[in-house]
Design a binder for this molecule. Structure first.
Ligand code: NAD
Ligand code: TDX
Length: 344
């Protein structure tokens, strides 16, 4: 029995990162968790206000700041680095791609470099895990699934930046022998998701009886996974994933956007007259669907929360946390919303 593991979690104040921190502290109470997050518009330390553990520490900082990253590595000597930090919204990447390149690509490379310096090659007790996305594979037609062998074909500036980061992770494994994994997950939903993304945006607007903007004909398809199931997949890959491997993670739960919105309206007792079809997203990917058989066969992972249950829990959470929602929407969000949906 060695000393407890130290996890450096980057982007832990965002949606998936904060869910992951709650998950990991509960499951491994002896782990030390360092959460490094620069608190962009999407980061919110309020997501972690219930965490009282003295083995948890928050550091406000940017993954692109190589001096800071060096100090963090020297001070804490992390065993595992899990990189959630990213610009994550496709629409924002269409409006302003530059920051996506900086955070998602350069930031990842700076973290990889720190791992390489501190861990050396062939260190298999230490691991870098990159939290990636199914969007790196591009778009599917009506049939078929993304496997780990599907060629990268990102279509948006966001997915191009995530695909590039994945290639750097691969290169640090191939060239320097760094112990790495990449997870590529489908669309997540659940508590603490910023209301620029489809599901929380629709819940938030329905609460205020505002229009629900659906891009195009609403027939684009996403594969939805409850965030806790994503957390359990990351946990498994972190502890049991084979070095250098990529693991797809998905919910086998494909739904057209219009279906999702109708389910939300029904669950909230709101009329479908709130639905408003708006101009389509540029380069809007038609369909994502994940083949998650590798992670099931190799690591025994399966989703546990069915969509009907997950969406009810999610709506329930937003109803109980309207103050969280109001505070999140009071800042930069108002301007973003206006530019995105009103002025357009
Ligand atoms: P999010 O936007 O909610 O959170 C991102 C977090 O990263 C925020 O807390 C933000 O402050 C922080 N951050 C941004 N730039 C930073 C920087 N330069 N330095 C330090 N921190 C920075 O995103 P999310 O939905 O939680 O996604 C987390 C990760 O998972 C991302 O890498 C995303 O690409 C990936 N992913 C998301 C989904 C999804 O459906 N949301 C699906 C698959 C993969
Ligand atoms: O107002 C909207 N109207 C609408 O029709 C918004 C915000 C979205 N949509 C559509 C676009 C997509 O087809 O809903 C679908 C889901 O959109 P987003 O929530 O923006 O997610 P998506 O573009 O699929 O990307 C998400 O999943 C993969 C995350 O934001 C990424 O970070 C993740 O990598």
């Amino acid at each position: 029995q060695g000393s407890p593991e130290t996890l450096l979690i980057t982007g832990g104040a965002g949606f998936i990162g904060s869910n992951f921190i709650h998950y990991i502290l509960k499951k491994y109470p002896n782990y030390k968790v360092i959460n490094l997050d620069s608190l962009t518009y999407a980061g919110n330390i309020e997501n972690l206000k219930e965490v009282e553990a003295n083995n948890y520490q928050f550091i406000k900082g940017d993954i692109c700041d190589s001096n800071l990253i060096e100090n963090v590595f020297s001070s804490f000597e992390p065993t595992y680095v899990i990189n959630f930090a990213a610009e994550s919204h496709v629409d924002r990447s269409i409006k302003d791609p530059q920051i996506f390149l900086k955070t998602n690509i350069s930031g990842t490379q700076i973290l990889l470099d720190a791992c390489k310096r501190h861990w050396g090659s062939g260190s298999h007790e230490k691991k870098f895990l990159q939290v990636s996305t199914d969007e790196v594979y591009g778009s599917l037609g009506a049939t078929g699934y993304f496997t780990e062998e599907t060629p990268l074909a990102p279509n948006s500036p966001y997915s191009a930046s995530k695909a590039s980061a994945d290639l750097y992770v691969r290169a640090y494994h191939e060239t320097f022998g760094l112990n790495v994994n990449i997870t590529r997950c489908s669309n997540n939903y659940g508590p603490y998701q910023f209301p620029e993304k489809l599901i929380p945006l629709m819940i938030s607007n329905a609460l205020e009886d505002k229009d629900l903007p659906i891009y195009g004909d609403g027939m684009n398809i996403r594969d939805w996974l409850y965030v806790e199931d994503h957390c359990s997949a990351i946990d498994l890959v972190l502890h049991q994933g084979t070095s250098g491997e990529i693991y797809n993670v998905g919910g086998y739960n494909e739904k057209a956007n219009i279906e999702i919105v109708k389910i939300i309206l029904k669950e909230m007792g709101k009329p479908t007259s709130l639905i408003k079809f708006v101009k389509d997203r540029l380069g809007h990917d038609k369909r994502y669907a994940i083949d998650a058989s590798k992670i099931k066969d190799e690591l025994g992972w399966e989703p546990t929360i069915m969509f009907e249950e997950g969406i009810r829990k999610t709506i329930g959470w937003y109803l109980q946390n309207q103050k969280w929602l109001d505070r999140v929407k009071s800042g930069e969000y108002a301007e973003y919303y206006h530019n995105m949906y009103i002025e357009k």
